[in-house]
Design a protein. Structure first.
Length: 616
């Protein structure tokens, strides 16, 4: 006969075995390392808001809106917002909150065979962080040249200007005189704006193509070093520092957007700019490209599929109502985009009236709008230097918000792969420093004289919407079809203490993967070679290099699955495949080191007590 002590120990071990089988997340080796948490829910809200309210909202959305039918663009935008943006946003935050893991390990808990989704996301955000810091370096460079009474991009009497440089006022006067005498156009004469020459000749030192890399621009290199130093020290202690920094960096840009809006609507010609921004051209809805650009804009502005949201959500407390705050943040995100359109196009309407041209001729996308159109606009305003300083400070803070969160998501995801080795002492800070140095080294190719071509190559392929669509599709497959939407809803009910409506579940199961698959296929069918400034076509070797960057993330999903199957001992059986496809997570995994008592925990506790009593 077994003694009572031994019998009690066996029964206790049995209870622990049942618990381990029911909830492997609790017994994971990673759960032994204490998890940092946000000190206040406002830290999480402002961090997420600062991460996805960035340059994509302020510049890319207004440009796409006017390019694709004005107000009509809002129709596909809202469809993708409800069908992809909000569901994926909530899915990633909730997944990170439940597993208490970053953008890689959270997928191991849900579907081990599709952990490649996490690796693909980290590769995308790595390309994005290398690319994004260059925009910050440009903004810092412009800011440094704004502290002067005469902005250097407002005149043609600088050392970098050519004989073709002509100020807009002089050109208008010459055009008027020429028209009075000849009744002809002056467009055949060579004319380059001083703003364009400052951008291409002074800032970039632009060469003829990507084949001519040219020399390293030391002024831009120093600006990039300064930005990486700021990023490092703002997040070097994890959410303890980054969660506080965003109190300023996330709120000041919103204040500046409102200030620019108030100033913009008071300028002459602002009404025409706003009308152009909102005028609906419903015929554009028949163009599939409009739907593609609406979908990719949602992915960019909501920061999904880049391993950031699971990492930020992993620092939440287990019972944090992420569902409610995800909905609030979604309204804030899209509302900021819409509001920014009024601020930007009121200024563009003013510029069009001042220059005597159409609005379409002054509005440009991406860096063109931020570093050509608006610098030209501030030269036409009273106190141009003041407006230039305010504008580029806003641009820096918008970019820094996104850069903080991108690097934090990248580092958190990688640290969670080996928390024992990288979380102790100053190892995380050292690892962060290594990431920053490696990213800086890759970015050096973008601060050369031909760096703009490399920058666009990274942006077009490395962090492209096609890669995000691919990742988003498999995210939905992993959660809704392999792990099971109903099972994940049980997890949400345990965390949130209520069951969300069926909208999210049906989006994950049908709507989101269908939209992602359709957009992905169409983007490949209608793919066009990369072109810079509508003139320079990238050579085939550069296009091939770009596709290698895109495939580096996309191939992680099937590649990891194949490698994982090959590593299984013996012959890969149906049972082994099912084991890699599904896990049995049905309860909470953490809460600040204190386990929650879900229904499963309660049942196991009762079972243990009954077994102990029966042995007495």
């Amino acid at each position: 006969m077994m003694s009572k002590e031994k019998q009690y120990c066996v029964q206790a071990e049995c209870c622990e075995s049942v618990r381990a089988l029911a909830n492997p997340a609790k017994t994971s080796e990673r759960s032994e390392v204490p998890r940092e948490q946000w000190s206040h829910r406002l830290d999480f809200i402002l961090s997420v808001a600062g991460g996805f309210i960035g340059l994509g909202n302020v510049w890319r959305f207004p440009y796409l809106c006017y390019k694709n039918g004005g107000g009509a663009f809002l129709i596909p935008y809202c469809i993708f917002l409800l069908g992809c943006g909000i569901p994926l946003f909530f899915l990633e935050v909730a997944l990170g909150q439940f597993t208490a893991q970053g953008g890689i390990c959270c997928w191991t808990k849900i579907c081990p065979l599709l952990t490649g989704v996490g690796y693909a996301s980290v590769i995308i955000v790595s390309f994005m962080s290398v690319n994004y810091i260059i925009i910050l370096a440009w903004a810092l460079y412009y800011l440094a040249h704004s502290f002067t009474s005469n902005l250097p991009w407002s005149t043609c009497n600088n050392t970098w200007n050519t004989h073709d440089c002509m100020e807009d006022i002089l050109r208008r006067n010459l055009t008027a005189q020429y028209l009075n005498h000849t009744n002809a156009s002056l467009s055949h004469l060579r004319h380059v704006s001083p703003v364009i020459e400052f951008w291409e000749r002074k800032v970039l030192g632009l060469t003829k193509g990507i084949d001519e890399v040219g020399e390293l621009k030391w002024d831009l290199t120093l600006c990039m070093i300064a930005m990486w130093v700021v990023v490092f020290f703002c997040i070097w202690k994890g959410v303890k520092t980054s969660g506080k920094v965003v109190y300023f960096t996330a709120t000041f840009p919103l204040f500046m957007i409102v200030v620019l809006l108030i100033r913009g609507v008071t300028l002459p010609g602002a009404a025409e700019g706003i009308k152009y921004y909102l005028y609906p051209d419903t015929s554009r809805l028949a163009d599939p490209q409009v739907w593609i650009e609406a979908g990719t804009q949602i992915f960019y502005s909501y920061a999904v599929c880049i391993a950031v949201l699971p990492s930020l959500g992993s620092y939440n407390k287990y019972n944090f109502n992420c569902y409610r705050y995800c909905l609030i943040l979604s309204v804030m995100n899209s509302g900021t985009s819409f509001l920014s359109g009024f601020a930007i196009f009121s200024v563009l309407g003013f510029m069009a009236q001042e220059q005597g041209v159409k609005i379409a001729d002054v509005a440009e996308s991406g860096p063109g709008l931020a570093f050509i159109a608006y610098p030209k606009a501030v030269t036409m305003m009273p106190l141009p230097s003041l407006w230039a300083v305010l504008f580029f400070v806003m641009l820096l803070l918008l970019g820094l918000n996104s850069q903080f969160i991108d690097v934090e998501g990248q580092v958190t995801s990688l640290v969670d792969l080996n928390p024992r080795g990288l979380s102790k002492g100053y190892r995380r800070q050292v690892f962060l420093g290594i990431i920053c140095i490696l990213s800086f080294s890759l970015g050096l190719s973008m601060v050369t004289q031909g760096g703009m071509y490399v920058f666009q190559l990274f942006d077009y392929f490395g962090a492209s919407g096609v890669c995000m669509l691919w990742v988003a599709f498999f995210e939905c497959v992993a959660v809704a079809w392999i792990h099971g939407a109903d099972k994940f809803y049980d997890i949400l009910e345990d965390m949130l203490r209520f069951r969300p409506g069926p909208w999210m579940k049906w989006s994950w199961m049908v709507i989101t993967p269908s939209l992602c698959a359709a957009c992905f296929i169409f983007a490949l069918v209608k793919f066009q070679p990369l072109v810079y400034n509508k003139e320079y076509v990238y050579p085939p070797w550069a296009q091939g290099l770009g596709w290698c960057m895109a495939l580096a993330s996309m191939l992680c999903v099937p590649g990891y699955a194949i490698i994982r199957l090959l590593m299984e001992p013996g012959r890969c059986t149906k049972q082994q495949i099912l084991k890699l496809l599904q896990t049995e997570m049905t309860g909470p995994s953490h809460l600040n080191g204190v386990q929650h008592e879900s229904q499963l925990d309660h049942d196991i506790k009762v079972l243990g007590k009954e077994m102990a009593l029966s042995s007495l």
